[in-house]
Design a protein around this ligand. Sequence first.
Ligand code: GLN
Length: 204
Amino acid sequence: MPTPTIGVFALQGDVREHLRALETLGVTTLAVRRPSELEACDALVLPGGESTTMAKLARTFELLEPLRDRIKRGMPVFGTCAGMILLADRVEDGTADQETLGGLDITVRRNAFGRQVDSFEGELAMAGVEGPVHGVFIRAPWVEAVGPEVEVLARVEPDGDAGRIVAVRQGPLLATSFHPEVGGDTRIHQLFVDFVRATTTDEP
Ligand code: GLN
């Protein structure tokens, strides 16, 4: 079985934390800042950070269209927080000129929890992961609506807010509102790596 190369979008965001998590899982990692680096990847992580800045930098560094193209062609992508926003087809409370890569048939609300609790941590149950997951939410989005192909993997109920969707999957695209790269629990990265390994075994 070939070792997949998993890139981390590295123009902005918590890149190092994702690289570290992936390295412990025995895949080849690559910080992606230019199209040639994206080409070398079997899969990609979009980290947490600031989604409008990430999209603008992606355009400046000529990564926006190559990223959209790879997503269209089925590259597995795992987005966390701002990364989830970048994967969303629709954004509420975005900036007027907010661009996304798209691919996930979801509507995300940016800074959604911000109105009640800016940042918080909590335990949640996530489909595909055994035992509770400690979710770290930092000015996090929630998923407001999902299309028919989208599987809801986790919900959270902060301060009585009933069951907001915070983790989803649609085919090769996985996204969480929270930051599994923070805190040393690599189970969600493992879920992604397992999926990447399963989809890259047939390649030459
Ligand atoms: N609020 C940020 C945004 O809109 C996301 C925050 C994060 O990634 N921790 O991009």
